[in-house]
Design a protein around this ligand. Structure first.
Ligand SMILES: Cc1cc2nc3c(=O)[nH]c(=O)nc-3n(C[C@H](O)[C@H](O)[C@H](O)COP(=O)(O)O)c2cc1C
Length: 203
């Protein structure tokens, strides 16, 4: 798909509010794709730029941009996965090694790192904003026609693994957003019924 985003609005520009029925239809039907079904092609560099532009346009209390991205592409992604595999093997953890397939198979991974700033805004809100970045990145990749999946897995939490990634103290992995072209379309998963989750506060 050719990237045809409108130019980024200038600061203070009037942003017209308009219904977007296509977006509603997309939200009603979108589905993540299994990471191990993702192959080439991945988003191009221009498309990746567009995806990152969209992903950083999220609610962000205090305009702190409390997140950053690490791109894992081609040989570098393979080298990163090999470092994690060596970690898993050194621990004799075959299950952890096997779980790396989700990272190895797709051609592109964008790691979203929550990087909370010292500020009056609670850290919780800064972490929620990082989740919004992951969601928006996932949805934008799907809307571009790619397959994508947001995962965390052990290497998002393991201190030795996050050190390989280059996290600094206070940072956390919000997600690995894996992207590529799915070999097969996804099947619908079970969904909750909104009514079962809702109550009305009555005092
Ligand atoms: C924070 C977070 C972490 C996740 N971590 C994993 C994971 O480690 N492994 C996995 O297979 N899926 C993981 N998932 C993905 C989900 O299990 C599943 O693919 C996704 O919810 C599919 O939903 P969708 O079709 O509505 O997009 C994670 C999802 C979220 C939001």
């Amino acid at each position: 798909m050719t990237v045809a985003l409108p130019p980024a609005p200038e600061f203070g520009a009037l942003i017209p509010l308009a219904p977007a029925p296509q977006v509603l239809e997309f939200l009603a039907l979108r589905r993540s794709t299994s990471a191990v079904t993702l192959g080439a092609p991945a988003p191009t560099l221009d498309e990746l730029d567009a995806l990152l532009r969209l992903a950083t346009r999220v609610p962000d209390h205090g305009k702190l941009a409390p997140w950053r991205f690490v791109l894992l592409e081609s040989d570098a992604k393979a080298a990163f996965a090999a470092r994690l595999e060596a970690l898993a093997q050194a621990r004799g953890d075959a299950q952890a090694a096997a779980k790396l397939a989700k990272l190895k198979v797709p051609p592109l991974a964008v790691v979203v790192i929550a990087s909370p700033k010292p500020a009056a805004i609670p850290e919780w809100e800064q972490l929620l904003s990082a989740g919004a970045v992951c969601t928006t990145l996932l949805y934008a990749a799907l809307a571009m026609g790619y397959g994508a999946n947001w995962i965390t897995d052990w290497y998002s939490y393991d201190p030795e693994a996050t050190a390989v990634l280059g996290l600094t103290p206070g940072e956390r992995v919000a997600g690995f957003v894996l992207m590529g072209t799915p070999r097969e379309p996804p099947l619908e998963r079970e969904r909750p019924t909104p009514a079962s989750l809702v109550s009305r506060w009555e005092g």
